[in-house]
Design a protein around this ligand. Structure first.
Ligand SMILES: [Zn+2]
Length: 476
């Protein structure tokens, strides 16, 4: 690939001017991203293994051209991890940037308006300045590449304010299974004060936001057994416990009339979100009517005392994901089933531990089962909840960076979902992550016609350098 040359900045005495740098290099900044987007680095499909390797090599080329040190493509049991660093002074803080260069498959390809691996810029209602249409444009090549270009600005302006390490992996879209052994093995190399990730979204182009929380998960399968075989409901009905009836009752009892979960000890340790943070979160635009309409429900429901956005982010939940047993074929078959089953997921919030919750659920569910049946509980995968508090200096640096470039500080947003690597980073590296995502929900990531706003791409490149500056200076 073509090596980049760093232009010398004539006014390096004037501190950072990312905006005019971007203005002066617009076409190149887009073309370099386009080059990456043309490589179909689909991690899920072995037919694309060479392209994944080619993309890793391209990232390596960019890192070397930017003057990063110890640039290396680390092979793993799957796709490689690309690493590079700029260590300016051990007394300064260290930021580890994480991103991924692999992409989702383009299927169903017929639903794309154009070749998913030949980027084009098109205007949309949400992106009047145009958006880059290509697989990976937002998730995550566009967002990951912003960090390399933001670093180029720091270099060009002759001021890298702290130590920066880059770790770009190639297996995020297939579960990052080789990342954990890698970070455990290279714990010292990856040592950092904070991790910076752009792989999420923000509320809107004029409402920047930072994801500060992610929910954890406890997932169990329950089995309720009554008689040793399916029985004739005429001959036995009324005298034998029906596991399906019992299971329905048991599940019904897991919430009280106020929508709270009744599992003994379920809320122990649940972190209480401060009124200030709840007030900040409430600034995010939300319409209950639009929410109801979008999923065609007559009204919302949930735990009393909390709004819909709070119920889906800062509060834990318990939901049946599936329930089965007995006869579910066509017509009627009059049986009392021997067994009934359900899959139950619990979304967890900071202060809860998946193993502890699974244990509490098991105890509770066993205790509420009547003597007429037996129950068996099988735990499935789980995940730790995560939070970066808004009082964290790294969060405040990020928010101030948005304020500098967007004119308004970022709003903290807790997401209802999970990003397991963030909890993993905290466990292994002992560092918090700042999720500075610049994508929008409408960007169609993982879907046909994925795109990323040109505004968002440039705004990300413009904002990131300020994060380093404020973080290194210390925000008061
Ligand atoms: Zn991603």
């Amino acid at each position: 690939m073509a090596r980049l040359t760093l232009e010398n900045n004539q006014n390096s005495n004037e501190y950072m001017d990312p905006k005019s740098f971007i203005e002066n290099h617009k076409d190149r900044l887009l073309n370099e991203l386009f080059e990456l987007l043309r490589i179909p680095s689909i991690s899920a499909d072995p037919a694309y293994n060479d392209d994944v390797a080619k993309c890793a090599a391209a990232i390596e080329g960019h890192m070397s051209a930017l003057g990063l040190e110890n640039v290396e493509v680390f092979p793993t049991a799957g796709h490689p991890i690309v690493y590079g660093e700029c260590l300016v002074d051990p007394s300064l803080p260290t930021v580890l940037v994480y991103g991924h260069y692999d992409v989702q498959p383009a299927d169903p390809i017929e639903l794309w308006d154009a070749d998913p691996f030949e980027p084009v810029i098109k205007k949309t209602d949400i992106h009047p300045e145009g958006a880059i249409f290509a697989r990976g444009a937002c998730d995550d090549k566009g967002q990951m590449f912003m960090h390399l270009k933001a670093f180029e600005i720091l270099k060009a302006e002759g001021d890298v304010p702290c130590n920066i390490k880059f770790m770009i992996e190639g297996e995020e879209e297939v579960g990052s299974m080789n990342l954990e052994p890698f970070i455990k093995e290279h714990k010292e190399k990856l040592a950092c004060d904070v991790i910076l990730i752009s792989d999420t979204g923000m509320i809107a182009n004029d409402v920047p936001s930072i994801t500060t929380g992610l929910r954890g998960l406890s997932y169990v399968e329950v089995e309720v057994t009554g008689p040793n075989r399916d029985l004739h409901s005429g001959l036995y009905g009324g005298a034998v416990a029906n596991p399906l009836n019992i299971l329905a009752q048991m599940i019904g009892s897991l919430h009280d009339e106020k929508g709270a979960i009744t599992v003994e000890g379920f809320y122990d340790g649940v972190e209480v979100v401060s009124d200030e943070e709840r007030a900040l979160m409430a600034k995010a635009p939300f319409s209950q009517e639009a929410f109801n309409a979008s999923i065609a429900i007559p009204s919302g429901m949930g735990e009393q005392g909390y709004t819909t956005p709070e119920r889906t982010s800062i509060r834990p939940t318990l939901d049946v994901n599936g329930m089965w047993g007995g006869y579910i074929g066509e017509g009627a078959k009059t049986v009392i089933p021997s067994k009934a089953y359900a899959k139950i997921s619990m979304r967890l919030v900071p202060g809860q531990d998946p193993d502890d919750i699974t244990e509490k659920f098991t105890k509770h569910f066993t205790a509420i089962a009547p003597d007429s049946v037996s129950v068996k509980i099988t735990p499935h995968h789980g995940g730790l909840p995560y939070v970066t508090h808004t009082s964290d200096p790294a969060y405040q640096s990020a928010s101030k960076a948005y304020e500098t470039t967007f004119g308004v500080p970022a709003l903290p947003v807790r997401s209802g979902g999970s990003i397991p690597i963030v909890a993993l980073f905290e466990q292994v590296l002992g560092a918090k992550s700042i999720l500075m995502g610049f994508g929008l929900d409408s960007d169609a990531i993982h879907s046909p016609n994925e795109h990323y706003g040109v505004f968002n791409y440039f705004k990300g490149i413009e904002t990131i350098p300020y994060f380093y500056k404020y973080y290194a200076e210390g925000v008061d």
